[in-house]
Design a binder for this molecule. Structure first.
Ligand SMILES: Cc1cc2nc3c(=O)[nH]c(=O)nc-3n(C[C@H](O)[C@H](O)[C@H](O)COP(=O)(O)O)c2cc1C
Ligand code: SF4
Length: 477
């Protein structure tokens, strides 16, 4: 197994390791996977290697978690206590963040790569039970996993005495019920235990006390899918891709206002602008880049002038944002940033579990204040209040869901303050008319109609195209 360079679109080339041979539908079956060398690494590992050797290789490779936080995977395995006590591996396939859809493709096209990664990782941590927690809406992918797991049991890659090595591993696919918070690792553990998925206090971290109170390794689908390649080819090979601090390739999801949305596997460290304008297909005709979220909807937005950067964990952090799960959402000049901020806040408000007040109350107030902004009912002082609410959320929550709203919303208000002020000054706008607009609509005149008259045209110029409306009221049961 090695990398394959695919030049599909000019400046930035794909380097396919995880998505190599992915176009072959046979890869979704055990025979297809084995025809490309699949499970050979597992066979060699169980025959010739000790768990500690694998852990060292993973640590040396510098493989960082692909689910959001970018924590080194090998280090996480090394935190598990050694020995034969009950330990668990949980694969996080919840993938519910707006803009993220790469785990879906990895599972759909190559489920056995993930299963092989799970078995090798579990072996390295001397773990006897593994789970794949997959989001409830990924029905098709869960069916694919069910089939692949059954095939792997049948072939002796799972179960008791795997390939005659004396190593036992049981693997269960568990379907979630559709809550974004269940992607947070400790909420995921509660959900797996049959409880409501609420985040737990940390410490203790899952490596010490996780599922059913036992030491638990939690990793993302893409992280675990990398493991067979690292073990097969070695840490040095893995480090030959990417940057010093962000080695390897990354499956990047790009969506929004671009010509070719989709998943592309590239070396970490490629130029972000080049990626958007080559593989991503650039802007739609006549449009200009305005802003993008570089790492899913929870990452602080970057302006069009801020994206001449390597797409790596360290460069995104230096730019005041984050690489997160590697999901780029692009907004062009037709998008209204105040609407984008509102849409973002509504999502996190809706998904907040309500356990801690900064997130429960802060997301609620942020939505209410942004609604006032887009209805033309706010004052410029409200922008300062919105910013200060975000500051009071960041770092004060039980998990990072609260920060996930506060960081992008705070960044939008800071970087596009003028646009927020213009929207407020405009007083009323299409789709969200203020008092004057509502009165005008009620008496049949044209306020709120983007195509009617110079005033309305000016509003469209100021606020751009509104995003489709989400729910106005969200309550927590
Ligand atoms: C609200 C929230 C949602 C998350 N959703 C996911 C998810 O869907 N998939 C995922 O892998 N990690 C998600 N994470 C990150 C996990 O908590 C955890 O860091 C990750 O699964 C660890 O795997 P990794 O080290 O391989 O990235 C989420 C975190 C938060 C706070
Ligand atoms: S930050 Fe939000 S989602 Fe996380 S525990 Fe607190 S209320 Fe729940």
């Amino acid at each position: 197994m090695s990398g394959e360079t695919v030049d599909r679109a000019g400046a930035v080339k794909e380097t396919r390791v995880l998505l190599r041979h992915a176009q072959d539908p046979a890869m979704a079956t055990i025979d297809g996977y084995r025809s490309y060398g699949g499970y050979e690494t597992l066979e060699r590992t169980l025959r010739d290697q000790e768990p500690d050797e694998i852990v060292n290789e993973l640590e040396d490779s510098g493989l960082r978690g692909r689910g959001g936080a970018g924590f080194p995977m090998g280090k996480k395995v090394s935190f598990l206590p050694r020995g034969s006590q009950a330990k668990y591996l949980c694969c996080n396939a919840d993938e519910s963040e707006p803009g993220a859809f790469k785990d879906r493709e990895l599972i759909q096209r190559n489920p056995h790569q993930l299963i092989e990664g799970i078995v090798i990782s579990a072996f390295s941590g001397e773990i006897g039970h593994a789970f794949i927690f997959i989001r409830g809406e990924y029905d098709q992918q869960a069916d694919i996993l069910d089939r692949a797991v059954a095939e792997a049991y049948e072939a002796g890659y799972l179960g008791r005495n795997i390939l005659g090595s004396g190593y036992d591993l049981e693997l269960v696919v568990h379907r979630g019920a559709g809550a974004y918070i269940c992607g947070e690792e400790t909420a995921l553990l509660d959900a797996l235990e049959g409880k409501r998925g609420n985040p737990r206090l940390k410490p203790p971290f899952p490596a010490v006390q996780g599922l059913y109170g036992g030491p638990t390794l939690i990793n993302n689908v893409e992280t675990l899918s990398n493991v067979p390649h690292v073990v097969a080819n070695g840490a040095e090979w893995f480090r030959s891709f990417g940057t010093e601090q962000s080695p390897g390739t990354k499956v990047v999801s790009i969506s929004g206002c671009v010509g070719r949305p989709g998943n592309y596997e590239v070396e970490l460290g490629v130029n972000l602008r080049d990626f958007v304008f080559s593989l991503g297909g650039g802007m739609l005709e006549g449009r200009e880049l305005k802003a993008l979220y570089p790492g899913g909807s929870s990452s602080p937005v970057l302006t069009a002038d801020e994206i001449d950067l390597p797409y790596s964990f360290e460069a995104m952090a230096e730019a005041g944002s984050m690489l997160g799960s590697g999901s780029i959402i692009v907004a062009d000049d037709s998008v209204s940033i105040p609407h984008m901020a509102l849409r973002t806040a509504r999502f996190y408000h809706h998904e907040s579990c309500g356990k801690c007040s900064p997130c429960r109350e802060g997301t609620n107030w942020t939505v209410k204040m942004l609604e006032r902004v887009v209805r033309g009912e706010a004052t410029p002082m409200d922008l300062d209040i919105i910013s200060s609410v975000q500051q009071n959320i960041i770092g004060h929550c039980l998990c990072v869901l609260g920060d996930s709203m506060a960081m992008p919303v705070g960044a939008m208000v800071k970087k596009y303050r003028e646009e927020f002020e213009q929207v407020i000054a405009a007083g009323a706008m299409q789709g969200f008319p203020g008092e004057a607009g509502r009165e005008a609509q009620a008496d049949g005149s044209a306020a709120g109609d983007p195509d009617a008259g110079p005033e309305a045209a000016e509003r469209v110029r100021l606020v751009g195209r509104p995003l489709p409306e989400g729910p106005q009221e969200v309550t927590h049961g």
